[in-house]
Design a protein around this ligand. Structure first.
Ligand SMILES: N[C@@H](CCC(=O)N[C@@H](CS)C(=O)NCC(=O)O)C(=O)O
Length: 213
């Protein structure tokens, strides 16, 4: 029985869940559900009216972090994205939370909505807000994430974890909006971003997002 993932390709939380499903080699199908144009359908699946939501075997679950935990617990033989060592596990969950809140809030309000959501709502794109965000608001969280790598390949432990996927999933929207920082501005973080993007599953997903109308 495949997992049905309801979401939208340009939603960072849908992307996070989809990458986790791909990395874990889970059997899943993606279903387009735009929160801005399908609010009623979404409300029936999630009282918070947010994507992603999954349906699996008669079970419905919202929230990307809850969904990723469900995948890890439900499919124990698949790739583990939660480090074993307690300190690494704590760090992975902290970086995931930081990406899902601090990074999401700034990129969503200051870059994604002004460029991609405004036209859906009949409003003009707002490049002044984008410029202000990129110059004044984004550098602080990006510098923090750059420092958190501290010479390591992955944010937590010695293999890819939920932390790496959560950060990458947010930054991709900066690339779609052509607002990624230059590699020399946050070198460790940008090298980490490209490392994730070069993985074949992530590269394929990115290409499919670029083709999204
Ligand atoms: N904590 C939630 C956040 C989900 C979320 O904010 N999704 C956005 C799309 S990326 C959404 O549905 N927004 C609809 C709205 O703001 O009305 C998660 O991790 O899944």
């Amino acid at each position: 029985m495949p997992i049905n993932i309801h979401g939208s390709p340009l939603s960072p939380f849908t992307r996070k869940v989809t990458i986790v499903a791909l990395e874990m080699e889970l059997d899943f199908e993606s279903h387009d559900l735009n929160p801005y144009t399908s609010a009623e359908k979404l409300a029936a699946l999630n009282p918070l009216k947010r994507i992603p939501v999954i349906e699996h075997d008669g079970y419905t679950l919202a929230d990307s972090s809850a969904i990723c935990s469900y995948f890890q617990s439900r499919f124990p033989g698949s790739l583990s994205l939660l480090p074993d060592k307690p300190e690494d596990l704590g760090k992975a969950l902290w970086i995931e939370e930081y990406a899902d809140t601090a990074l999401f809030d700034i990129i969503s309000k200051g870059v994604f909505k002004p460029i991609f959501v405004n036209p859906l709502m009949g409003k003009a794109q707002d490049f002044d807000t984008v410029r202000d965000t990129v110059v004044n608001k984004l550098p602080e969280p990006l510098a923090y994430l750059n420092g958190q790598l501290d010479g390591r390949t992955w944010y937590a432990g010695d293999q890819i974890s939920i932390a790496d996927i959560a950060v990458y999933a947010q930054l991709v929207n900066l690339e779609h909006a052509q607002q990624l920082p230059k590699p020399e501005e946050h070198p460790a973080m940008m090298a980490h971003y490209r490392r994730l993007q070069c993985r074949s599953l992530e590269a394929g997903l990115f290409k499919s997002e670029q083709a999204y109308p």
